[in-house]
Design a protein around this ligand. Structure first.
Ligand SMILES: [Zn+2]
Length: 1019
């Protein structure tokens, strides 16, 4: 199995329940995170009898032939290295890719004082490596930690010698932003050096470079082997801070399963600002207006985030950002009346008030979907006006050509393995989250089905490519169909079988259901699995979840069975929709029946418990897939299944539907972002299937809160520091600076993929320009920005701390994390929201300014959009064909310098408002030309609760400062208060600018270190 790249981070959930207003706690689970978001851990070797990686990255160690385990009175079974030449462990090279910093923690019990022993030695060669010599080396005594590169030479931290024959806890931290190498013994700082290489690549080479990682052995010949006992050796990709390493130390003293999910407040090293320090435009404020808001009984009011302010001396400032408190129930609005909410403005003492009038509720309206997206085949991306490939085409092609080269057998490998079938010759399994031992295997296959369906639909411009994808779809579906047909039917005529999904017995010879997928333990008795079952693992994980199984790596634990299933069902349905493949629909429909048979037997209380179980209960958009299936099959059970996945607490508060998102109450703060966004996407689909307006309200309220209270400037919404998990929403709405900017990363790319889906779906019902402003922001500044320069490798998190760098994984599509999965979907449907049409085909919406051709076949009209946008600030639409329709063009919210329209060269006299749609209705004639000009301007997008920390935009494009090294502090810039453009030089046609001497480029063209947020002063 070849693994090109391990993304060392994790997708699925960190389900944190909320209690009260500001404290949140996690549900119990069998995991030890010690206050480090799960994304921070690369590998963990307990060494309690084997050399397996206890994390789910499957970076298992390989023992030398003489490796033994000993019984220790304190810790039980531990690794015992004898000092012999075959007594060492080697770890996979992939354990040191995708690093921002590096921390190692372990317990060691040293038995020999021999100088030159290596506790571990990681690197490329004797000239480029990182090692610890616990008993000194080369005449240097004491505990030596060293970083050696051919550039900087050897940098050593010396600490006092450790005692022999005693367990000592060792922590080594290489903190790149702080440029520090630290050694801690038993949780106390024992040595420190400030002179370290600027980048870890100086030590370990570039990402995919081959490295040797030894425990107990030196990379340099001639050194003695280690004579010691070791347990609980961990590798982290983040620099552990004092709080974190103390809890690693303290928790690991107690035993392996007692650590809790950390949700306590983590004070981190984000620069702090005095409350009196001027915060951008707020320092010119003299007053802020109050606002009046109306709501209906039961529903919390929707408060405006930006209100009018008055600035001193006639200064023209923007609307003022107000942060409002947000209740966690609806007790304030149960009866008609009036009440007041007091907000705050960052860095000021202003306390604007919202006077809320609560009126009796009217009957809820049922919004109707008025628009439809075009099919992928109807819109083709084109080169820009100069004949150059647009960024959209570049990214599309990286994915399409690599996808075309993939072998479907890799994506079928674990399905065949589960069903005990032979692999075709040469078939290679995928790695990362689809490798054999991984309980999420099959998830990439689901994304793959969607990606090849979209690629098929979108490659009408190249028949060879299209045929390639058609063939892949056919082959995938046929194989999955044949496997699913095996389930619940006798292997041989007359043999035993179980049709009823609720009667699946335990595996042959087993005394319990288990999730062991290894060759020797996996059950293959598909005849017992019930009719219609399909998955890359046997049914046990689904059954165990109902019985209360928790997330974890043991065989009595699960990962997230319904998360994986959602991907597979979505992929099959996508194939059905683009190609009409009935077998694909049948597999999905039968599996839907299987799920219904089981879940309809599960009591509601148990379902609530399941969907709130840490990670195990993450179900992606099962509600979406099942509602969508219902809209196709019209089988009532499919809709009922969708609703069995209602997240009752977050959606409705409780089973009585007291409040929750349906009534604009935010109970999702502090929860895992990407666990919940797909559920809300599913809520829209459930609305389509039920017409119950509650489901629409859930999505509508959620979207508003996301964009106003949780969003970073690139459009991402996850990245909490509090709770301490980079994949969670912040613990309090509107506090990104106080509680966000996790050091483990921010902006899981899947979350933005799902936000775009939600946004597009809501726009079908309500043509609010804000939706497409958000869409454009996230598409250009996150999705386009998440792909490597020359390959389809892509990001998991997109870190936004000063001097961060993007990490790209999965260049050859051989090992997928969740974000590698959604990336193959995102980049095969880049054209899908440029245009929409009304269901009655009387109007057309032009949302995005991307060179492309639209074939509006329903009207026999085509539109060619010719532009080099965003390298120019205009676009033109050339109409081919004749007919009357309303052309609705988006006037972006950022287009504050005007929006000019010419039709056939003649000025169209209008005064469009930024953030609106301009409707031009006429009898269009073949050859009509509409020219749109929307001058860009520089503007700042500040963090809501720390306004001087802001991103710089030019039109829709986020400009990132190009950094040469990691930083601790935000980059400071000073801009002209009256006109920030006066402080910026550069070339708009290249979108390259400078402020002082720092280069700014579009974030989507930034591959090195960057600062997306700046510390901005005005003068
Ligand atoms: Zn992801």
């Amino acid at each position: 199995m070849k693994i090109n790249k391990f993304c060392l981070r994790f997708c699925c959930s960190f389900f944190v329940l909320l209690q009260g207003i500001s404290t949140s706690y996690a549900q119990g689970g069998d995991q030890i995170l010690d206050g480090i978001g799960e994304t921070g851990l690369i590998a963990r070797y307990l060494f309690n009898g084997d050399t397996r990686d206890w994390s789910r990255n499957n970076l298992h160690g390989r023992p030398g032939t003489q490796v033994k385990f000993a019984e220790d009175p304190r810790f039980g079974k531990v690794l015992s290295l004898s000092g012999d030449t075959s007594s060492y462990i080697s770890l996979p090279s992939e354990a040191l890719t995708d690093l921002e910093s590096l921390s190692i923690t372990a317990w060691v019990n040293l038995r020999s004082a021999k100088s030159g022993q290596h506790f571990f030695d990681f690197g490329q060669s004797a000239n480029k490596h990182f090692f610890v010599a616990p008993a000194g080396i080369n005449n240097q005594e004491g505990f030596q930690t060293a970083l050696v590169t051919d550039v900087t030479g050897k940098k050593v931290v010396s600490a006092p010698a450790i005692e022999l024959n005693r367990w000592v806890h060792v922590t080594i931290v290489i903190d790149i932003p702080s440029k520090t190498l630290l050694t801690y013994i038993d949780g106390k700082l024992a040595g420190e050096s400030k002179e370290i290489p600027k980048e870890l690549s100086d030590v370990f080479g570039q990402q995919n470079a081959d490295k040797k990682l030894f425990i107990g052995k030196s990379l340099t010949a001639g050194n003695p082997y280690l004579d010691a006992m070791i347990r609980d050796f961990r590798i982290y990709r983040v620099p552990l801070n004092m709080t974190q390493l103390t809890s690693v130390f303290n928790n690991s003293r107690r035993g392996i399963n007692q650590g809790g999910v950390n949700t306590r407040r983590v004070e981190e090293d984000l620069p702090k600002f005095a409350p009196t320090e001027p915060q951008l435009y707020n320092s010119y404020l003299v007053s802020v207006a109050d606002v009046k808001v109306t709501t209906e009984t039961g529903n919390l009011p929707r408060l405006p985030s930006y209100i009018n302010g008055t600035y001193k001396d006639g200064f023209k400032g923007p609307k003022v950002r107000v942060v409002w408190p947000a209740d966690t129930d609806n007790s304030a609005v149960l009866k008609p009346g009036t009440y007041t909410i007091t907000g705050r403005v960052a860095g000021t003492n202003f306390q604007p008030k919202a006077i809320v009038t609560v009126k009796n509720s009217n009957k809820q309206t049922q919004p109707i979907a008025k628009l439809k997206p075009f099919e992928l085949k109807q819109v083709v991306l084109q080169n820009d006006q100069q004949g150059n490939k647009s960024k959209f085409i570049e990214n599309r092609d990286k994915f399409i050509y690599t996808l075309a080269k993939t072998d479907p057998n890799s994506f079928l490998y674990m399905f065949r393995h589960a069903f005990g079938q032979k692999q075709p010759e040469g078939a290679k399994a995928l790695g990362v989250w689809d490798s054999r031992d991984t309980k999420l295997r099959g998830h990439a296959t689901g994304h793959y089905l969607t990606a090849i369906a979209q690629a098929y639909a979108g490659t009408g411009y190249d028949k060879t490519l299209q045929a390639n994808f058609a063939q892949k779809m056919e082959y995938m579906v046929n194989t999955l169909y044949d496997l699913s047909q095996l389930s619940g039917k006798p292997k041989q005529p007359g043999g035993p079988f179980v049709t009823d999904p609720t009667k699946v017995p335990m595996g042959p010879g087993k005394k319990e259901y288990d999730s062991d997928l290894s060759d020797t333990a996996i059950r293959n008795d598909y005849w017992n699995w019930g009719k219609g079952f399909i998955s890359a693992y046997p049914p046990d994980q689904f059954i165990m979840l109902e019985k209360g199984a928790k997330y974890g790596g043991q065989k009595n634990q699960v990962w997230a069975p319904y998360y994986t299933l959602h991907k597979i069902l979505a992929g099959l349905t996508d194939i059905y929709e683009v190609s009409g493949n009935k077998k694909a629909l049948e597999i999905a429909s039968n599996m839907g029946d299987w799920v219904y048979a089981r879940l309809s037997q599960v009591p509601t209380d148990t379902l609530i418990k399941m969907w709130n179980t840490y990670i195990a209960g993450e179900f992606g958009g099962m509600n979406e897939s099942m509602a969508r299936l219902y809209l196709i099959t019209k089988q009532p059970n499919h809709l009922k299944t969708a609703q069995l996945f209602d997240n009752i607490r977050v959606f409705f508060g409780d089973t009585q539907h007291s409040h929750g998102l349906a009534k604009n109450v935010d109970l999702f703060r502090g929860l895992h972002a990407n666990q919940h966004i797909p559920q809300v996407v599913g809520s829209v689909e459930t609305y389509l299937a039920t017409n119950n307006p509650e489901y629409y309200q859930i999505a509508d309220n959620f979207w508003y809160k996301m964009v106003n209270d949780y969003m970073y400037s690139i459009g991402g919404v996850a990245g909490a520091r509090n709770p301490a998990n980079a994949e969670c929403f912040i613990a309090q709405p509107g506090t990104l600076y106080e509680n966000g900017f996790a050091s483990g990363g921010q902006n899981e790319t899947c979350a933005t993929y799902n936000m775009l889906k939600l946004t597009g779906n809501l726009f079908m019902f309500d043509q609010k320009p804000e939706y497409m402003d958000y869409y454009e922001r996230s598409l250009y500044n996150h999705i386009l920005a998440s792909v490597a320069e020359n390959t389809p490798a892509n990001t998991y998190h997109v870190p936004l701390k000063p001097g961060s760098i993007k990490q790209f994984g999965n260049p050859n599509m051989t090992g997928f994390t969740c974000c590698n999965g959604t990336a193959i979907e995102s980049s095969t449907k880049l054209q899908n929201s440029i245009y929409f049409h009304s269901i009655n085909n009387q109007s057309l919406y032009v949302n995005l300014f991307v060179p492309s051709t639209l074939n509006w076949t329903e009207r026999n009209i085509s539109i060619e959009q010719i532009t080099s946008f965003p390298k120019e600030d205009q676009t033109s639409l050339k109409i081919k064909g004749n007919g009357k329709f309303a052309l609705n063009v988006r006037v972006p919210g950022w287009a504050t310098k005007g929006f000019y329209v010419k039709i056939n060269g003649k000025e169209h006299k209008v005064a469009p408002v930024p953030g609106s749609y301009l409707k031009i209705e006429r009898n269009w004639k073949d050859g009509d030309l509409v020219e749109l000009k929307m001058p860009f301007q520089f503007h700042l997008d500040p963090v809501m609760d720390q306004q001087n920390i802001a991103s710089l935009f030019y039109g829709p494009i986020l400009l990132a400062a190009q950094e040469t090294e990691a930083r601790k502090e935000w980059r400071k810039i000073t801009l002209d208060a009256n006109d920030i453009s006066k402080s910026i030089k550069g070339d708009p046609t290249q979108l390259q600018f400078t402020i002082d001497d720092v280069v700014f480029k579009p974030f989507y063209e930034t591959y090195g270190r960057h600062s997306v947020y700046l510390d901005v002063r005005l003068q």
